[in-house]
Design a protein around this ligand. Structure first.
Ligand SMILES: *[C@@H]1O[C@H](CO)[C@@H](O)[C@H](O)[C@H]1NC(C)=O
Length: 419
């Protein structure tokens, strides 16, 4: 896989050698200034310029940069919404003071114990939510389990999801945090029995017994319904018949009409979201918001995975970004901007399955962009505090690190004063 390339030119150029010359230090300083300029640009608060789109920060890899560097990267991208699959305290700490809003996750393996033990849920909230909120972190949502209702998941786990959500919700409510931290779970689109036309959207019969009380919970607690949507899967399954411009949000795509509602769809993602709205409405709920907890397009795949190219992946993300930043709603909910988390920040080399699974990233682990997305460029700063792979990097930063930080701070202060 291209991502690992330790000897790649960009890695060499950005990694500070053990004993930097003054020239190199100055060059690093200049490079480090770029995110500062972006963040302090015009003296406006970073939040005002933040993108609406969120990013999934998955970590099923053994070659990812430290959370501190990733925090720089995401800020340079102006990303202010990040979804995790756990509640990694190192990540939450690295983002303190950034204003970034988090969705944190409870893994499927922890769901059964929380279903049966309110104490386990309380302990989790005490350990993974309370201290971070106290330090000023923003945790807007907890996902309890991931894609648990899709076919093939064991029944015990499915049955445990809602009770576990209730335990977590009660633990939060006991601390007065209900409303401040939503509780939900993320679904695979496989829970749908029908998704076209969107108005005919319906859940699979096997999922209904679980979804009925689940939707009642979301409605009562005003929490969102999260769905992972990949138009790429539809294209991959039938490239001859699924129009590429429709799945890639290309302007001018012929699209499809929903004959029942008269609504026109020019892209598949919005059709999928509306199918979920229709399925939820079919069960009697009109007050539950649907959010896209994952979507993306792989830049590389196996021989039998057509369309997995950097060109298509870049087109998908570019066009998606344009729509989300325009705060578009779907045809059924034109006034509700679609909330989307891109999958994923990095290529993750330890993900099982077809090659595409390891190639959804916007970035290679060394910080090189996989493709160019105007409006979402980012910069991964050099390895300053911890080194990828070798050693824990837990000790105090070496003196040259402190010198670099001081130079950057002085230079950016000077720039702010001069501007
Ligand atoms: C909780 O979810 C609801 C429904 O999607 C949303 O309106 C609200 O902003 C969310 N709360 C937080 C803290 O994000």
């Amino acid at each position: 896989m291209a991502a690992a390339g330790t000897g790649s030119p960009s890695r060499t150029a950005l990694s500070p050698p053990p004993a930097p010359s003054d020239k190199l230090a100055a060059a690093c300083c200049f490079v480090l200034l770029v995110p500062f300029l972006l963040l302090t640009g015009g003296g406006q608060a970073a939040v005002a310029e933040a993108l609406s789109i969120g990013v999934n920060y998955g970590q099923i890899a053994n070659n990812l940069p430290s959370p501190a560097r990733v925090s720089w990267l995401l800020r340079s991208m102006r990303i202010s919404k990040v979804k995790l699959y756990d509640a990694d305290p190192n990540v939450l700490r690295a983002f303190l003071g950034t204003g970034v809003e988090f969705v944190v996750g409870i893994g499927n393996e922890a769901v059964p114990s929380m279903a049966t033990s309110p104490a386990a849920a309380q302990a989790w909230v005490q350990q993974h939510v309370v201290p971070h909120l106290r330090s000023g972190a923003r945790i807007a949502c907890v996902t309890v389990g991931n894609e648990v209702f899709k076919p093939g998941t064991d029944d015990a786990l499915r049955a445990a999801v809602l009770p576990a959500m209730q335990s977590v919700h009660r633990a939060l409510a006991a601390l007065g945090l209900q409303g401040r931290v939503n509780v939900t779970t993320a679904h695979s689109l496989d829970i749908m029995a029908a998704s076209f036309p969107p108005s005919a959207g319906a859940f699979a019969a096997a999922a209904l017994p679980h979804l009925r009380p689940f939707l009642a919970f979301l409605s009562a607690t005003r929490s969102p319904f999260l769905i992972n949507c990949y138009p790429y899967f539809a294209y991959k399954a039938d490239p001859a018949r699924v129009p590429l411009d429709y799945v890639l949000f290309q302007p001018g795509a012929a699209g499809v009409a929903d004959a029942r509602t008269g609504l026109r769809y020019d892209n598949m993602l919005y059709a999928q979201v509306d199918a979920v709205y229709a399925a939820i409405q079919g069960m009697g709920y009109t007050d539950v918001e649907v959010k896209v907890s994952e979507t993306g397009w792989p830049s590389k795949g196996d021989a039998d995975e057509p369309g997995a190219t950097p060109e298509y992946a870049g087109t998908y993300i570019r066009n998606l970004l344009r729509r989300i930043e325009a705060k578009q709603g779907t045809p059924m909910r034109p006034d509700t901007p679609v909330d989307v988390y891109v999958f994923a920040l990095f290529n993750e080399n330890l993900k099982p399955g077809p090659a595409s699974e390891r190639n959804y990233g916007l970035f290679y682990p060394d910080g090189t962009p996989v493709y160019n997305v105007v409006g979402m460029q980012g910069y991964l700063p050099p390895m300053l505090v911890s080194s990828a792979g070798a050693g824990g990097g837990a000790g105090a930063p070496p003196p040259q690190v402190i010198r670099w930080f001081a130079m950057v701070a002085i230079a950016s202060a000077a720039l702010v004063l001069l501007s």
